[in-house]
Design a protein around this ligand. Structure first.
Ligand SMILES: *Cc1c(COP(=O)(O)O)cnc(C)c1O
Length: 415
């Protein structure tokens, strides 16, 4: 693809990156989405908007987050220097706050007093409940019943922050059902309600807006690597659920064609349909990722032969979703970004390595990027650098990892 096309990272006015993205919604949501698009376009051009956001990023979120030279992980790989972008140190423990804060300022500009959100593992719900507490706004979070059960601690955190957590009992009772309910609520209450969507997904302008708010990750990382290492990195590595932390890191480097952008999807338990969430990798299997529409946007979607949304699995709830953000689909087809996957077992190994070698416990989502980063580093020289996005901290996952360890020990004792 021609250079000019690749560098054109703005979607067209209808939110299309090539054939991906757009706005596939019921008639009632067209006007609210147009209003949101206009409001975002205005805010984006105003220095006041960005200076308020800048101040909150600094004083409330603790930005800039550090870029940490992980020397023991680098030595373990035996090649390039590995740098970790420390989103785990951002307020509430992941990159999700970057987006929640940007969007809540937009909601305030629009005079909306009620905020709704969907959440899977609860990280986005916690970030949204947090910014609503900060500004004294009503907050309603939709969460699948299955996730409510699995993520009791985050449910408690949201309720402590003053949010109402609505349990969703339809479908598979997970994230996609929570999104459907949130969209339904929005249709009904659109006059006073703002829908704060959590990843680089959904109808236009969400994928663009979320990318803009998350790009702070890549802008900081670019400055930091130049200051610390004197040159651009050879590669960026980030896990990809909906794709917000990855696009946030990649975006400011898209024009630097020598920098490889590598996204890591959830390989789960294996290649069979329902066992993974690798939207870009399942041409091999029956439940393959193909171009389709899910929840308002066109992208790669895991689906069966009849176009029904396939079941997905990942050890990390944050990567467990059937579709991927449309800009990733575009960057992939344009050859500007590459997507690989890491299995549950590889994520657990990355989790353990990073914890033992660096004293940093990553979220299981982020842990998917660790072994791929080590393998990549191994084939590069020690003068080279790669940046891995440590999208969140792993405290929320310690219990799950402990349970898996026990199961493995149990298996061995039966042999
Ligand atoms: C939600 C989450 C993810 C996945 O979401 P993206 O939109 O793909 O970034 C990754 N890491 C952490 C820590 C998360 O909370």
């Amino acid at each position: 693809m021609a250079r000019s096309t690749i560098n054109r990272s703005e979607p067209d006015e209808h939110g299309h990156w090539g054939e991906f993205g757009g706005r596939y919604v019921p008639e009632t949501l067209v006007a609210p989405l147009e209003e949101l698009t206009r409001e975002f376009a205005h805010a984006r051009d105003e220095t006041d908007f960005w200076s308020e956001l800048e101040q909150l990023r600094r004083d409330y979120c603790g930005r800039p987050t550090p870029l940490f030279h992980a020397q023991r992980l680098s030595a373990h790989a035996g090649g390039a220097q590995i740098f970790l972008k420390r989103e785990d140190l951002a307020h509430t423990g992941s990159h999700k706050i970057n987006n929640a804060l940007g969007q809540v300022l937009l909601a305030r500009r629009m005079g909306k007093r009620r905020i709704i959100a969907e959440t899977g593992a609860g990280q986005h719900g916690v970030a949204t409940a947090t910014v609503c507490a900060l500004f004294g706004l009503r907050c309603v979070v939709y969460m699948g019943a299955e996730d409510v059960r699995r993520q009791a601690l985050n449910v408690f955190r949201m309720r402590s922050l003053g949010a109402e957590v609505m349990t969703v009992n339809s479908g598979t009772r997970t994230l996609k059902d929570a999104i459907n309910e949130a969209l339904r609520d929005w249709v009904t209450n659109v006059r006073d309600t703002y829908y704060l969507l959590g990843s680089a997904l959904g109808p236009h302008p969400y994928p663009l807006m979320v990318r803009e708010f998350q790009s702070v990750i890549g802008r900081e990382a670019r400055e930091q690597i130049l200051a610390q290492n004197g040159k651009l990195p050879r590669a960026l590595v980030a896990c990809v659920g909906g794709g917000s932390n990855a696009i946030g890191l990649f975006h400011p480097f898209i024009g630097d064609e020598q920098v490889r952008c590598i996204g890591v999807e959830a390989g789960g338990r294996g290649e069979a349909a329902g066992e993974h969430a690798a939207r870009f990798h399942s041409g091999l299997t029956s439940g393959g990722g193909r171009v389709g529409v899910l929840q308002g946007t066109k992208s790669y979607v895991l689906q069966d032969r009849h176009g029904q949304i396939a079941n997905t699995h990942s050890i990390s709830a944050g990567l467990d979703y059937a579709a991927v953000g449309p800009e990733h689909a575009y960057l992939r087809d344009a050859g500007r970004a590459e997507y690989i996957c890491a299995s549950d077992a590889e994520a657990l190994e990355g989790f353990s390595l990073c914890t033992k070698l660096e004293g940093i416990t990553p979220a299981l989502e982020s842990s998917h990027a660790i072994l791929p980063a080590l393998r990549l580093a191994k084939n590069l020289s020690s003068d080279d650098a790669i940046i891995m996005n440590l999208s969140g901290r792993g405290d929320k996952d310690v219990q799950l990892v402990a349970d898996v360890d026990l199961t493995v020990e149990g298996d061995e004792s039966h042999r």
